[in-house]
Design a protein around this ligand. Structure first.
Ligand code: ADP
Ligand code: MG
Ligand code: MG
Length: 561
């Protein structure tokens, strides 16, 4: 074996053993640093988050406070949804509060049961719905939720409890949120927010091997010392960014990644800087990209059988829907940008070409994407919207099934100009690898006219999800991560190039960094992103270790003023 090969083996084995499961490689000293502060240290933060100061003994029944003052971020930080529904630790603590308060316990239980219903197997839906109705919707019952309207308790079939859920949250916001903000559970939430707001830098992580090479730097595996959680660290070299005018794109990528939270898009855990680099710490995707799996795993027989393609397409579709609900056009969907995790679930990655449609507008413009994937309206230099991403979805499905793009013959070298001509004018042909349902889905997505293309209508992809191609998909369970993937990557294999093949960067010459650059780097290095950080604490067990409560009716020492 040559030296490069040996280096790869050593790097792979360190990395494979570090990722050997939750808690593996957790570092004692760093773990000790992850401690909740005494609540008296957090009073400023409590005020900022709208807590009722000095009332942490109040518990349920405390006087109703006014809603918290709006903060600089437009109020998100202090909104009920953000504090009690969207942030995972916030939600757990709010639920604990509801359970312990007799007047809210039924509402809290209803909330859990509606979520369980949304995740249940098709065969269990009817029975679960029936039990839920008799438990919470029967007048006179001990858990009757009288705050629900007649419409919510006798829903039309289909979205059975969507309205009940909405009314339930409105009720909790009006009735339970103020007493919650005076409760010990809210104090505990403030302690976690304090911990979350502590600065991060490179010392928080151990670095492992390079996973891939990007335009401005390498992507390495890394592990948070304090929790043992593995991440991918995408480095953007500061001087290379400056030399190639990459600042705007780096900021856009960071901002978009920090805004979206979906199981089907890589998450950003934090953004920080070192002397030389800007760093994006993201969900690690160990299983390689879809392009690799289509072409390189079984070279004799490339492409996927239809059920496997349906599974990936459904997950990609949920990722796209989430982006579009946040007004983001991805523009670069292709098999290479869809990455597999350890379990075989996929996520969209590389938001480098994504763009946000401005508030008050409904279209954007600009030539961006990958030849062979770009939609006709974009190629014709017209204004466009989310429609371009459904065209790329059609190309991606086609490639998964046929192991070639729809506008290219296998192995053909063809100029971009000719590919563009074909996309604009040529019909797509389908081999017998396409079932009638697969062909119908591709035809609907590859429609040249964006008006008649399948896609995002009325804030979701309902029409597309109802296609026969997806008839085997339980969308609720898929959304919850409960559908087992059709293929599980080999845990001992590293689905990345050998180190020697990744390729090195040349040093950047003739660029000096100044104060203006520093201001931009500071804007980039915004630190920890709340949702992924809270998920990490929960999933690694650190949340449970820190969230310790005394005997009922007493306060734990760190909450006792
Ligand atoms: P660029 O935008 O500069 O092209 P990418 O985001 O595409 O950078 O990342 C470069 C390469 O790094 C990818 O092709 C892939 O091999 C690897 N990579 C990127 N993100 C991850 C991740 N989250 N997990 C594992 N590998 C990744
Ligand atoms: Mg890339
Ligand atoms: Mg990119």
């Amino acid at each position: 074996m040559d030296i490069g090969g040996l280096e790869t083996v050593v790097a792979n084995s360190a990395y494979v053993s570090a990722r050997g499961g939750p808690g593996a490689g957790r570092d004692r000293r760093s773990k000790a640093q992850l401690r909740l502060p005494h609540i008296s240290q957090c009073e400023a933060l409590r005020a900022q988050l709208g807590g009722t100061a000095g009332a942490q003994n109040g518990g349920p029944g405390a006087p109703n406070g006014a809603p918290p003052a709006r903060t600089q971020d437009g109020g998100q930080e202090t909104s009920f949804r953000w504090q009690c529904v969207e942030q995972p630790i916030g939600k757990l603590l709010f639920r604990r509060f509801l359970e312990g308060a007799p007047q809210f316990a039924a509402a809290g239980a209803l909330w859990s049961e509606i979520e369980a219903f949304e995740r249940c197997e098709d065969a269990e839906r009817e029975g679960t719905a029936k039990r839920l109705r008799s438990r919470f919707f029967t007048p006179g019952g001990s858990e009757h939720c009288g705050f629900l309207s007649a419409g919510a308790t006798a829903p039309p079939a289909g979205d059975a409890f969507a309205q009940a859920r909405q009314e339930l949250l409105a009720h909790l916001e009006a009735a339970a949120w103020a007493p919650y903000r005076a409760s010990p559970e809210f104090s505990r939430f403030v302690q976690f927010k304090w911990l979350e707001s502590q600065a991060v830098n490179a010392d928080a992580f151990v670095e492992f091997r390079v996973l891939g090479k990007g335009g401005f730097g390498e992507v390495c595996a890394c592990q948070r010392r304090a929790t043992g959680k593995m991440y991918a660290n995408k480095r953007l070299n500061k001087k290379r960014l400056k030399k190639r005018n990459g600042y705007e794109a780096a900021l856009v990528e960071k901002r978009i990644l920090a805004r979206v939270h979906s199981r089907f898009i890589v998450s950003l855990a934090c953004a920080f800087q070192t002397k030389t680099d800007l760093c994006l710490v993201m969900t690690i995707m160990n299983g390689g990209d879809l392009r690799f799996h289509i072409y390189n795993v079984d070279e004799e027989n490339p492409g996927f059988a239809e059920p496997r393609a349906v599974f990936y397409t459904a997950q990609i579709l949920l990722g796209l829907e989430h982006l579009h609900q946040h007004r983001i056009v991805y523009r670069d969907l292709k098999p290479e940008n869809v990455l597999l995790d350890d379990a075989g679930h996929v996520r969209l990655s590389d938001m480098g070409l994504a763009i946000e449609i401005k508030e008050g507008e409904n279209k954007t413009r600009g030539y961006a994407g990958t030849p062979g994937f770009m939609a006709p309206e974009l190629l014709k230099n017209e204004d466009y919207d989310f429609s371009v991403d459904y065209f790329t979805l059609g190309v991606t499905i086609y490639e998964m099934l046929e192991a070639k793009g729809p506008f290219r013959r296998r192995g053909e070298k063809v100029e971009n100009k000719e590919v563009t001509r074909r996309i604009l004018h040529d019909p797509v042909s389908y081999s017998d690898k396409f079932s009638a349902a697969a062909r119908e889905a591709c035809e609907g997505l590859l429609a040249k006219d964006p008006q008649s293309r399948l896609g995002f209508r009325g804030n979701d992809c309902g029409q597309l999800k109802a296609q026969p191609f997806f008839k085997g998909i339980n969308w609720g369970r898929l959304e919850a991560g409960l559908v087992p993937p059709p293929f599980v990557p080999d845990p001992r294999r590293v689905y990345a190039k050998d180190l020697a093949d990744v390729g090195a960067f040349s040093t950047v010459k003739g660029v000096e960094l100044d104060g203006g650059d520093a201001a931009l780097f500071d804007a980039f290095a915004s630190g920890t992103v709340p949702i992924p950080w809270q998920e990490e604490l929960i999933e690694t067990g650190v949340f449970d270790e820190l969230n310790v409560w005394g005997a009922p009716g007493t306060l734990p020492p760190d909450l006792d003023p």
